[in-house]
Design a protein around this ligand. Sequence first.
Ligand SMILES: [Zn+2]
Ligand SMILES: [Zn+2]
Length: 104
Amino acid sequence: MLKEGFKDVYQLDGGIISYGKNKKTLGKDFEGKCYVFDERISVEVNKVNPVVVGKCLHCQLPNERYVNCSNEKCHMHFILCEDCDEKYNGACSDDCKKVLQEAK
Ligand SMILES: [Zn+2]
Ligand SMILES: [Zn+2]
């Protein structure tokens, strides 16, 4: 690995996660949450002044509670607040809610 190139290679490797962990920047230029494909779904990157950038799909209120649609055939990834989670049984739409009810 080239001496001069090492820093850049490392940054590419670690991506946005190590950017967020960098003590100097603390991810302050990064708004909202970083999307990662694991069970955490989203991780806090901005530790200085986190902002809620998401909106509930149903009621449009600011939220950042990421879920997958409970209809397995849909499985859309979207933001759902707890109230709407109850109302829609974790579904992204009326159609998906219907599918869930019929499956019961
Ligand atoms: Zn809602
Ligand atoms: Zn759905």
